[in-house]
Design a protein around this ligand. Structure first.
Ligand SMILES: *Cc1c(COP(=O)(O)O)cnc(C)c1O
Length: 392
């Protein structure tokens, strides 16, 4: 057996996890109670109603799946897709690909709509595909963390509804960082994860199902193929019956409860404005160093900034020095973006002015010491200018 776990403190500016507020860590150290203890059930009830507030929904079937964001994705799809169902998946990055993989594992008939990485899905492509099939479900990612693209949802939602399909959306990176409005946008099945803009450790996946989605689940001819993620069973634990299904991850529930309290205290408007401002400042500083955004103009996420690595700069050594010399983690590219793109997260508690300015100074230091003509002064000044403009 090795020694005590002692990790170095990090500034988490990658694609997740993000830094966690000390109050959330403290909540996790709360003594355990049983998962059917009345005091715990009261916390679950409060959490459930806060999740409805966060998702902006009245959906009864709203709660947190025991598992990370991918478990949320699998929960929504495995319950809504039955063998032989035609399912349209929009694919413009890693997480759209993951949805498509799950649909195939559910034995759905997968119909892909693709866009190049970094670009958004065009609603007219969805309209054209839906005219030619009898889709039961249309699935799409709101914030594509692999590319930094921000997908508008309302028009595609309308198109799906016109064609009688349920609309399923991934909010793992968007929830808590920008507007998500499940009911107003006509979304039938949605999921998120705790480790991105909710700034809670990885381990829970908030999900919500509309009454139309619940009706489809109740009309299934076959059992949900996953026992663990079967909503017809899990809902009996979160609902009035309180039937034992699996033991709730008690400490994670405490953590999510506290992280939602923090979001309440800050308020949506202030929180989203903070994410937007830090994004603008970061991008101004990066562009002073010649870095260009990877995602389509007008559709760039505040929470995940994907930039092209400047010519002549090697990816891995720079990220290694950021980590070793400054304790800062940023993300490398995925798939086609590997070695070519950096993904810089400004999620939840990590989205902070001090992190933006420190990262810019650190990057400029590392790049200029490698002989590239970058000045920390200029990058930081550009970002500081954005902050100065915002305050007044
Ligand atoms: C991170 C992420 C996921 C997967 O979440 P995990 O917590 O890693 O399982 C799914 N979708 C998107 C858009 C993500 O960013």
């Amino acid at each position: 057996m090795g020694g005590e776990i002692n990790v170095t403190e990090r500034i988490l500016m990658g694609p997740g996890p993000s830094n966690v507020h000390p109050r959330v860590l403290k909540a996790m150290a709360t003594p355990l109670v049983g998962h059917l203890d009345p005091e715990f059930l009261a916390i679950m009830d409060a959490l459930q109603s806060e999740l409805r507030w966060l998702f902006r929904t009245e959906n009864e079937l709203t709660f947190a799946v025991s598992g990370t964001g991918s478990a949320g994705m699998e929960t929504v799809l495995v319950n809504l897709v039955e063998e032989g169902d035609e399912v349209v998946v929009c694919e413009n990055g890693v997480f759209g690909e993951r949805m498509a993989d799950i649909v195939e594992r559910c034995r759905g008939k997968l119909i892909r709509i693709e866009a190049p990485w970094g670009r958004i899905i065009d609603p007219s492509d969805v309209r054209a595909v839906l005219a030619k099939c009898r889709a039961k479900v249309v699935a799409i990612v709101h914030a594509e963390t692999s590319t930094g693209a921000w997908q508008p949802l309302e028009e595609i939602s309308r198109i799906a509804r016109e064609h009688g399909a349920l609309f399923v959306t991934d909010h793992v990176t968007s929830l808590g960082g920008c507007e998500v409005n499940i009911d107003a946008w006509g979304i039938d099945g949605a999921y998120s994860g705790t480790q991105k803009c909710l700034s809670c450790p990885p381990g829970l996946a908030p999900v919500t199902f509309s009454p139309r989605a619940v009706a489809k689940i109740e009309a299934r001819k076959s059992k949900v193929p996953s026992w663990y993620l079967d909503m017809t069973m899990v809902r009996k634990y979160w609902g009035q019956e309180r039937f034992y299904h699996h033991t709730a991850p008690v400490s994670m529930i405490y953590a999510l409860y506290e992280s939602l309290r923090l979001i309440r205290e800050e308020g949506f408007e202030a929180r989203f404005a903070r994410h937007e401002l830090n994004h603008r400042a970061l991008m101004a500083g990066l562009s002073a160093m010649g870095m260009t955004p990877f995602a389509q103009e007008g559709h760039r996420l505040w929470m995940l900034n994907a930039v092209n690595i400047p010519a002549g700069v090697e990816d891995a050594p720079v990220r290694r020095r950021l980590l070793n010399d400054y304790g800062i983690e940023i993300g490398g590219g995925l798939g086609a973006g590997k070695g070519k793109v950096w993904r810089i997260g400004l999620m939840g508690h990590s989205s902070a002015r001090r992190n933006v300015l420190l990262l810019l100074a650190a990057l400029a230091d590392i790049l200029s010491s490698a002989g590239l003509p970058f000045s920390a002064g200029e990058a930081v000044a550009k970002a500081a200018g954005i902050y100065a403009g915002a305050s007044g």
